[in-house]
Write a new protein. Structure first.
Length: 141
């Protein structure tokens, strides 16, 4: 009788439990395979995201560098233009009077030396002085 109970128990286990346990083990094996495959897929996805972020940051830096360079050149050009406008508008009269005062001082210094050189004819002397004045006036304007 013990033999029949033992045999019935093992037949019951063999008929009902072993196929379920086999299915559970197959399912676990598939899940482990999928999870391991998912890890490699996860690593690939992480590397793709990292590469995408690096590309995006690189492009953003190039664009911002170009924009900043353009703004810097435009700003320097604007500053130069405004400086020239201010110099033309505000300092033109002052600059002209400064140049003429320099010319007058140079002329008075040269005229002071006239008595020292009486051998020069007055026409040559005055033509030289007038040409110097003309060149001073041309450079001041």
């Amino acid at each position: 009788m013990d033999f029949f109970n033992f045999l019935a128990f093992y037949l019951y286990v063999y008929k009902f439990f072993l196929p379920k346990i086999g299915r559970v083990l197959l399912f676990r094996e598939k899940r482990i395979g999928i999870s391991q495959q998912g890890e490699s897929t996860l690593e690939e996805e992480k590397s793709q995201i990292r590469h995408g972020v690096e590309t995006l940051v690189t492009e953003a830096l190039h664009i911002s560098k170009g924009v900043l360079g353009d703004n810097l050149t435009q700003t320097s050009q604007w500053c130069e233009k405004k400086k020239e406008e201010i110099q033309k508008r505000n300092w033109k009269a002052i600059n002209g009077s400064y140049i003429s005062s320099i010319g007058e001082r140079a002329l008075s210094g040269r005229l002071a030396f006239l008595p020292l050189f009486p051998a020069l004819p007055p026409q040559i002397l005055w033509s030289t002085v007038s040409s110097k004045l003309k060149t001073l006036n041309n450079t001041s304007s």
